[in-house]
Write a protein that binds this ligand. Sequence first.
Ligand SMILES: Cc1ncc(COP(=O)(O)O)c(C=O)c1O
Length: 476
Amino acid sequence: MDDFDAALSRAREHALAFLAGLDQRSVAATVGAASLRARLDGPLPEQATDPARVVDDLVAATEGGHLGSAGGRFFGWVIGSPLPAALAADWLVSTWDNNAAIHASSPAASVVEEIAGAWMKEILDLPREASFAFTTGCQMAHFTGLAAARNAVLAARGWDVETKGLAGGPAIRVLATEHRHGTVDRALRQLGLGTDCMVALPTNADSRLTPETLGRALSERDAPTIVILDAADLNVGAFDPFEALVPLARAAGAWTHVDGAFGLWARASRRHRDKTLGVDLADSWATDAHKWLNTPKDIGVAVVRDRKAHQAAMGLAASYIVRAEDGARDAMDFTPDWTRRARGIPVYAVLRELGRDGVEALIDRCCDFAADLATGIGALEGAELVGGRPTLNQGIVRFLDPRPGAADADHDAFTLRMIAAINAEGTAFFSAGMWRGRRTMRISVVGARTTAEDIRLTLDAVGRVLEAERAALQAR
Ligand SMILES: Cc1ncc(COP(=O)(O)O)c(C=O)c1O
């Protein structure tokens, strides 16, 4: 036990120091790949090293190489920060180290996940009888939901894809929006459907798919069809009008899958819930816990209305597998992997830590902060709010090249330069986007640790950097 004690004590000390230092240190990494390699690389160790020393060395060698995404001023991509009970529960998952594939190999995990899955469906208000899977993220939640979709739309045409495969079967058509996330395309590749089966549908001025566009696409030809809708898009947080679209898809015999990586959490807020009206009519949903629910990475969730199709696509039978008794849940029936960590346990922990009220407060707070940040930056001289005031937690701005005669390409270049300069300054971190052909800086607020003071400090920092960068360009 001494080795465990020493290594875990050192890990706890380092973890607390890291968390306590997040407000002071640069949010961006301060060392590059070359320095990290120089510190970490070496011959494969021939001899043993004391475990506590391994921990200390690892922390020392990676110093400056971690983004401060667990802190309050990280607004890049869509990345949450772990809440205390979720982080502690995640440590315990590694400590217990059960294989959460089946009840027999992890009785406690099986039951905790059963309850965490039911709570997820309740807080997101999705059909309570739907099956679910805790996955590594939204990517594999797409894979899982779309595997069930593939099974069902082909079964409806008399084709069993699980035994026959895709070759020789009816060709599946996928209708998705132009704003879909890249993980959708990758899931189609992983499933052997390929991206050529997809028709990218245009959206309207509000970035939403209209019933007319979907209706036209559905009626173009008769094929087993999967429709993929967004809740919400990465740029402006636009939700497709599910109430109108899902019944259209259903009437055409299509399966509707929803990408709700972060946006599905709007359902937990009375203020934002209306945006998702009718989303519960869909057939499968993919979301994340590691984004807006603020669990550690990596935890996504797939929910599937048709349990049989889900199980047919994912289930696995082997002679040595002892099946659960008493109706206990075997996660492996629903997940794409066999050996797996109990990802539902941090979800259970965070839902207890926050409660329904806490989740709602988190969602509402992030949306307010996103609006404050986007409008605040947009109001700075030389900046521009793009796509309007955020209505959810995502916003976009761009920065204008101050030189006379500057064109869009110059503004694009200046926006990239500004993102790099803001991140290098260290107070806050943002990532780039493209919107309607223009380079933008995306603002995403999902972190539980973000405070009003963080927003104020960020606005000050962006203002300072913008002034300096404009002056530098004008002096050229
Ligand atoms: C809309 C959307 N869908 C899917 C994903 C992929 O999620 P994950 O990284 O958990 O696989 C993301 C990630 O940012 C996203 O924003």
